[in-house]
Design a protein around this ligand. Structure first.
Ligand SMILES: [Zn+2]
Length: 244
């Protein structure tokens, strides 16, 4: 059994070609793709972008779907130096529709997290960012610097058992795999914008490594890059791909 790592085609190009030929799969005909994929590979290497203030919960629990109650408590604690409890409550209420629906979002290509989704690495969770925007709109208080200064930009690499990923998402990823094989011979430099999602916690035992980007840019604001100091966590075992 193998780990399927998108960034290393040598881990999957042979087996995927064989599966496609055996089952006559093409990138636009992939119904039933999940079963032979699970028979061939034990797990998919994925990347998770976050900005933790400590790593204890990842060590103890693993990667959890967004918990609204914990998110609200985090927002109250984080923003209390800058706004009243009433203003934070109002901003939280406005941000609720933007709270993600309790899934863990994992990128198939870690380099993708360094593009537009680097918002998570710069400012933290989508929910905290939404509360921050509502606070600014309601009170004029700008929390951007506080969000930037809080936590450590972190990309955690995990090996997700294929049994935890829905058939539909594996088939959608199959499109990327087979399209790449059709174009075989082109450099494997294009960053893939593809995610898989989990509705349950991924146990910490599946986390295999991490890196902490030290230079990130807010593509929407077009500002100067933000630099972060060197930081280590229990999984720091891999090279930062942005430094290559
Ligand atoms: Zn680390």
């Amino acid at each position: 059994m193998w780990i399927l790592d998108w960034t290393r085609p040598e881990t999957w190009s042979g087996p995927i070609s064989r599966i496609a030929a055996a089952h006559q799969f093409t990138w636009d005909r992939l119904i039933g793709f999940a079963a032979p994929l699970r028979a061939e590979f034990s797990a998919l290497r994925t990347a998770y972008g976050c900005k933790p203030t400590d790593f204890a919960s990842y060590l103890e629990v693993g990667l959890e779907p967004f918990q609204l109650e914990a998110g609200i408590a985090e927002a109250q604690e984080l923003f209390c130096p800058l706004a009243s409890k009433e203003d934070i409550d109002a901003a939280v209420a406005e941000a609720l529709p933007e709270a993600s629906e309790g899934r863990v979002y994992l990128a198939v290509d870690p380099r993708e997290l360094l593009g537009d989704p680097s918002q998570y690495l710069l400012y933290g969770s989508e929910f905290l960012q939404a509360v921050s925007r509502a606070l600014r709109a309601n009170t004029g208080v700008d929390c951007t610097d506080l969000l930037t200064a809080t936590g450590t930009p972190t990309i955690l690499l995990s090996d997700v058992p294929l049994g935890m990923i829905d058939d539909g998402e594996l088939e959608a990823f199959g499109v990327d795999l087979l399209q790449w094989l059709e174009l075989k011979g082109t450099p494997h430099t294009q960053v893939l914008d593809s995610t898989v999602t989990l509705s349950v916690t991924l146990p910490a035992s599946h986390i295999v490594g991490c890196f902490h980007p030290r230079r990130l840019q807010d593509r929407f604001l077009g500002s100067e890059p933000v630099h972060f100091s060197r930081r280590a966590c229990p999984w720091c075992v891999v090279e930062d791909p942005s430094s290559r």
